[in-house]
Design a protein around this ligand. Structure first.
Ligand code: SAM
Ligand code: SF4
Length: 507
């Protein structure tokens, strides 16, 4: 594509009217001096007050900024341990012992932006640029399905060639891939995306092809830092266009939305406050908050000095604290921990309330297919293909991670039923807050875990998984909730069907 055409496209991306409509008296919802004041005022909080705040969170109530600021300023180790335990308890009440799995699919690394922390930025000459054709998308999706995944997040750089029409086509293509199974077929049942902010019209295009969750990370809520890492002559340099990306998604009818911040660019306590204010503003406008919150830690990226040297890089102990405070502050949102983190770190933060993760992850564009070809000795440049946007901390297979979780009493869920049964947006928020969604999900987790054990698990994983399934089914049989409305009978019948080879059965 000619450079002048790319520049022309970039100039037309931002629609000022689709920012201004969300401002109040010309102001957005991030008031830096207020956040700094709240954090300062909360220093050394009183123990009884902290315990009151924890108790509120255990009632599955979203915290107010002053309350979150108090938790962020706790210094007493004993109180932190109470908070870790409360984080896990909140997770158990809302999501039970399930962990939802997904696989990222990098579709294109073409990018017009120049984010100082990212290997895809246009100035990075080390990066080999590539945008997948629909045939290549099909091959990648097939490789991911063959690992056992049912849920995918497609990721794109910002570029006219990977804009809304391309995104919509890739989503349709992924949904269309069907891999024959014992009876029926396996497929990706939910496609989420992580892509640049778009206009409401463009967002409607991707809603029409059945997007699951739309994820946009603000990266940093701190304006001076945002300006320093995103040159202002780039589209990404517009702080407010990004800040209201998810408001526009809601207005376009996409009601499953996901926020995030890239930890390591600025003070982690400030970013937690920023994420909370984002959730509150979404609640205020649309009555519902984010479906999930992400908190990637910046990891070394090719050609990015900042990703190694930032003075705000977050250590392991602080990372665990920030995840805990997010868990307690927004109890109804899912928390995503990715393979950027080491296996030990993932284990640790799952114990304070994370609900979703990935495995068998490849983040090179075309990485899944290249990995298979390299294994078969068919290509020698797999390493180049696998040159990644950033570095992964955990490269274990899905089978290994599923087994480890099962050994610790946690069930992997491949459930995608909520969105296909209309349990999204305000409906799912109500169910989550009332701790009811977790119960439906328990049934669907068991059904999809049965599928996974039969279709993909290694003998070792199957052995551990069968034991866990028996415990889960015993619990389902014993819980009065499932006896209401014939739910138990429906589940038992469906379980028999899945065990007999039928696929994609859900409640
Ligand atoms: N281009 C789109 C955008 O910027 O919104 C989406 C794709 S971008 C590849 C997805 C996310 O990767 C970014 O939002 C950023 O938070 C994360 N990321 C970029 N560089 C990273 C790094 N060095 N370490 C960890 N995460 C990084
Ligand atoms: Fe491009 Fe997104 Fe990377 Fe920035 S973070 S350089 S916008 S891919």
């Amino acid at each position: 594509m000619k450079n002048s055409n790319v520049q022309k496209w970039a100039r037309e991306v931002i629609k000022p009217a689709e920012i201004e409509k969300y401002l109040i008296d010309g102001q957005d919802f991030i008031d830096e001096s207020r956040i700094i004041g709240q954090l300062a005022a909360a220093a050394d909080p009183d123990t009884a007050r902290v315990r009151e705040i924890i108790a509120k969170s255990l009632q599955i109530e979203r915290l107010e900024p002053e309350e979150t600021a108090a938790l962020l300023r706790v210094t007493d180790d004993e109180l932190w341990h109470e908070m870790y335990a409360a984080g896990l308890e909140v997770k158990r009440r809302v999501y039970d012992n399930r962990i939802v799995f997904f696989a990222p699919l990098y579709c294109s690394n073409l990018c017009i932006n120049n984010c100082a922390y990212c290997g895809f930025r246009y100035e990075n000459k080390e990066e080999k640029r590539r945008i997948l054709t629909m045939e290549e998308i099909r091959q990648e999706a097939t490789a991911v399905i063959n690992e056992g995944h049912k849920r995918m997040i497609a990721v794109y750089g910002e570029h006219p060639l990977s804009a809304a029409d391309y995104i919509a086509e890739t989503i349709k293509t992924i949904y269309d891939v069907k891999v024959p199974a014992a009876s029926g077929y396996n497929s990706i049942r939910r496609v989420n995306i992580n892509a640049a902010p778009m206009s409401i019209d463009d967002l409607k295009k991707i809603r029409h092809v059945g997007i699951g969750t739309y994820q946009v990370f603000q990266e940093t809520y701190h304006r001076p830092t945002f300006a320093a890492v995103h040159p202002d002559n780039t589209v990404k340099g517009d702080y407010r266009w990004r800040l209201y990306a998810l408001h526009r998604a809601m207005d376009a009818g996409i009601d499953d939305i996901a926020v995030g911040a890239l930890f390591g660019l600025y003070d982690w306590r400030f970013e937690v406050m920023g994420l909370l204010y984002h959730a509150i503003d979404l609640e205020r406008w649309f009555g519902i908050g984010p479906h999930t919150i992400s908190f990637p830690r910046m990891t070394p990226a090719s050609g990015s000095c900042l990703s190694r040297t930032s003075r705000w890089l977050v250590g392991d102990a602080d990372f665990k604290k920030l995840v805990t405070v997010l868990r307690l502050s927004v109890p109804y949102s899912g928390l995503i921990i990715t393979a950027r983190e080491s296996s030990a770190m993932r284990r640790d933060v799952i114990q304070v309330g994370c609900t979703q993760t990935d495995a068998s992850t490849r983040i090179g564009v075309g990485g899944y297919t290249a990995g298979l070809q390299a294994l078969a000795g068919l290509r020698k440049d797999a390493q180049q293909i696998n040159k990644q946007q950033f570095t992964l901390g955990d490269t274990r297979s899905l089978d290994e991670v599923v087994r480890e979780l099962a050994e610790n009493g946690m069930i992997t869920s491949f459930c995608t039923a909520g969105y296909r049964c209309g349990r999204t947006g305000d409906k799912i928020m109500g169910l989550l807050k009332g701790c009811i969604e977790g119960k439906f999900c328990k049934l669907n987790a068991v059904l999809t875990f049965r599928e996974y054990l039969d279709d993909y698990a290694s003998p070792e994983t199957k052995a551990v998984g069968e034991k866990l399934l028996r415990t889960e089914i015993d619990e389902i049989n014993a819980l009065p909730f499932f006896k209401k409305g014939g739910l138990l009978e429906i589940f038992t019948k469906m379980y028999g069907q899945v065990a007999g080879g039928k696929r994609d059965v859900y409640i």
